[in-house]
Design a protein around this ligand. Sequence first.
Ligand code: SF4
Ligand code: SF4
Length: 162
Amino acid sequence: MFEKTGIPSEEMVRGKFPSIERINKGPVAVVECYKEIPCNPCQDACKFNAIKVGEDINNIPQLNWDNCTGCAVCLSKCPGLAIMVVDGSRSEEAILIKIPYEFLPLPKEGDLVKALDREGRYVADVRVLNVLNPKSFDRTPVVTIEADRKYLYDIRNIKVEA
Ligand code: SF4
Ligand code: SF4
């Protein structure tokens, strides 16, 4: 299915996530790069040496979850918008998700937006906690949302109504 649609299976998605124990410790990246492609800005973007592509630029990036601080810099540098950050340290019920978002209008802190899954289907209404859009992110803002923990492996995007 992935070869035809580009949509990863649940098994593929879960294989990119760290353990729930790591997620509950604090923010950590999830790098959803599934195919060998000539690309490595994520590696250069990470000042914590958490992402490694290596000498062969076609390698699939490997993430060292212990080194990752969840800073979200790599989200803004990935041309494929393939990286997000998840954080389960806030509460037992909720999960925070940082998502690169390149559409307009940008949401604002406190807005309710629609969370979507990897097929673009509606998952739930979620609250926007903040929007980071510094110059260094080069027009790829990062939106942090808070969602019910049960959607941890489902949410991959948001839709903002104009
Ligand atoms: S979120 Fe920050 S620390 Fe983690 S891999 Fe990306 S750039 Fe590195
Ligand atoms: S920058 Fe994005 S698309 Fe390129 S290798 Fe890294 S995660 Fe994959």
